[in-house]
Design a protein around this ligand. Structure first.
Ligand SMILES: *Cc1c(COP(=O)(O)O)cnc(C)c1O
Length: 368
C-alpha cells in the first residue's frame, strides 16, 4: 500500500526552506562566520567544565549563571536577559510569544530573510516597509507603516544583513516611540559597529536587542544567542520556550567564553580593520561598487550592461568566483539587491585570494 502523505499546515504550503549552499571550497566567505576558531584556552576550559557535569541531570532551566555573567558584562540585571540556541531561536521564541494568527510583524526590506521566514512559520503575517536607496531605515516611513498596519513586532536589523547598514540610535528610539508593540533590533553583528541600541533597553520602553555568540564570539557551531529586554518580556519568553532547551555544554560555553573577552575584542578590532582594507581594495576595483558596512561582511554591486536582465553580470561573477574556489553569497537576483554579492571578511590570505579571483573574473562576466 502506498502510504498517504500528510500535507503540512495550509499556510506553510508556499514556504521555501533556508537556502545558503554549503559547498566544499578552499575560500568560504558566504555565511559571515568568524575566520578564527575560539582561543585554545577557551576550548580547554570549556571541556574541563563539561567533564565535571552530572550528565544524568537536566540543565539549569533558567540558565541563571550564564544570565548573571552576561548581565554583569552588559551592565544589565539577569532578569532582562533571555538565552536560546542561537539568536534565531530567540527570534522564534519572540514571535511564538507575540506573533501568531491575526497578528502582524513589520520588516524593512532588503533585510535578513529569516525574519520573515520565522514570522510565517509562526503564522504571523508580514508587512513590508522599504529602506532608502542607501539601505537605511527612514523613521518617518517606519512611522507611517506602523500607523497603517499596527504590527505587534517591528523587526530592525543593525547592522543590517545583507547590506551592512547600521541604524542610528535616534532612529531606533523614534521607531520604538511610534510602534504599538515591540521593536526588536537584531544586532547579530552589533560588536563590529560603532553604535548599538543596547543602552536604550529599559523597563518602560518596548525594545528588545538580540545578539549572538555565532559571529563575534567565533562560536557558530555552539548555537548560542540571547536578547536584552524588559523583564516583563523575558518572563513571557520563559513561559513559551521549551523547558531545558539550553544544554549544559551550551550554557557553559557561554560563561567560559566571557573569560576570554580580551582575545575576542582583539579579533573584532582586527576584523573591523581588515574590513576597511578589503573595502579599499574593492573601491579600487573597476566595475564593482561597495556599500559602507558596520558588520564583518561587505555588500558589493556589479552593474549590468545595457539591455541585460538585472543581476546578469553579478550572477555570472558568482559562478566565475566559484570556479576559482571562492564562495560568496549570491543576492544578484533578489528584489532590491539586483546585481549584489555579499562577501564575509575572512583571513588576510582569504580576502587576498578573493580580490585576485574577483579581478580575474570581472572581464569574463562582461562578454562571456
Ligand atoms: C547570522 C545571523 C544571525 C545568527 O543566528 P544564530 O542563530 O545566532 O547563529 C541572526 N541574525 C542575523 C541578521 C544574522 O545575520
Amino acid at each position: 500500500m502506498i502510504p498517504h502523505r500528510l500535507r503540512p499546515r495550509d499556510d506553510l504550503g508556499a514556504l521555501e526552506g533556508y537556502h545558503s549552499p554549503q559547498l566544499q571550497v578552499s575560500v568560504r566567505l558566504n555565511t559571515n562566520e568568524s575566520p578564527f576558531a575560539p582561543p585554545p584556552g577557551f576550548v580547554d576550559d570549556w571541556l574541563d567544565a563539561v567533564r565535571d557535569v552530572p550528565l544524568h541531570r537536566y540543565p539549569d532551566r533558567g540558565a541563571v549563571e550564564l544570565r548573571r555573567e552576561l548581565g554583569a558584562r552588559l551592565g544589565q540585571p539577569p532578569e532582562r536577559i533571555f538565552c536560546a540556541n542561537g539568536s534565531n531561536e530567540v527570534l522564534q521564541t519572540l514571535l511564538l510569544t507575540y506573533g501568531g494568527a491575526g497578528r502582524r510583524v513589520a520588516v524593512f526590506e532588503p533585510t535578513y530573510a529569516l525574519h520573515s521566514h520565522i514570522a510565517r512559520i509562526t503564522g504571523t503575517e508580514v508587512v513590508v516597509g522599504e529602506r532608502r536607496a542607501d539601505f537605511s531605515v527612514d523613521a518617518e516611513e517606519a512611522g507611517r507603516l506602523v500607523a497603517a498596519t499596527d504590527p505587534v513586532v517591528v523587526l530592525l536589523c543593525s547592522p543590517n544583513n545583507p547590506t551592512g547598514t547600521p541604524d542610528l540610535p535616534e532612529v531606533v528610539e523614534a521607531v520604538a516611540a511610534a510602534a504599538p508593540g515591540l521593536v526588536v533590533v537584531d544586532e547579530a553583528y552589533g560588536e563590529f559597529a560603532d553604535r548599538s541600541a543596547l543602552e536604550l533597553v529599559a523597563e518602560d520602553r518596548p525594545l528588545v536587542v538580540v545578539r549572538t555568540y555565532s559571529k563575534v564570539w567565533s562560536m557558530a557551531a555552539m548555537r548560542l544567542g540571547y536578547c536584552v529586554a524588559p523583564e516583563w518580556v523575558v518572563g513571557e519568553l520563559e513561559k513559551v520556550v521549551l523547558p531545558y532547551h539550553l544544554s549544559v555544554p551550551t550554557q557553559l560555553a557561554g560563561t567560559v567564553a566571557l573569560r576570554f573577552e580580551t582575545e575576542m575584542a582583539a579579533r573584532v578590532a582586527w576584523l573591523v580593520e581588515e574590513r576597511r582594507r578589503l573595502a579599499g581594495e574593492l573601491e579600487a576595483t573597476e566595475g564593482v561598487m561597495v556599500f559602507p558596512s558596520g558588520a564583518n561582511f561587505l555588500l558589493l554591486r556589479v552593474p549590468d550592461g545595457p539591455g541585460e536582465p538585472p543581476g546578469t553580470r553579478a550572477g555570472r561573477l558568482w559562478e566565475r568566483l566559484l570556479a576559482r574556489d571562492v564562495l560568496v553569497r549570491d543576492f544578484s537576483r533578489w528584489p532590491r539587491l539586483e546585481g549584489c554579492l555579499r562577501v564575509t571578511v575572512g583571513t588576510r590570505a582569504e580576502n587576498d585570494q578573493f580580490v585576485v579571483a574577483l579581478r580575474a573574473a570581472l572581464p569574463e562576466v562582461v562578454d562571456p
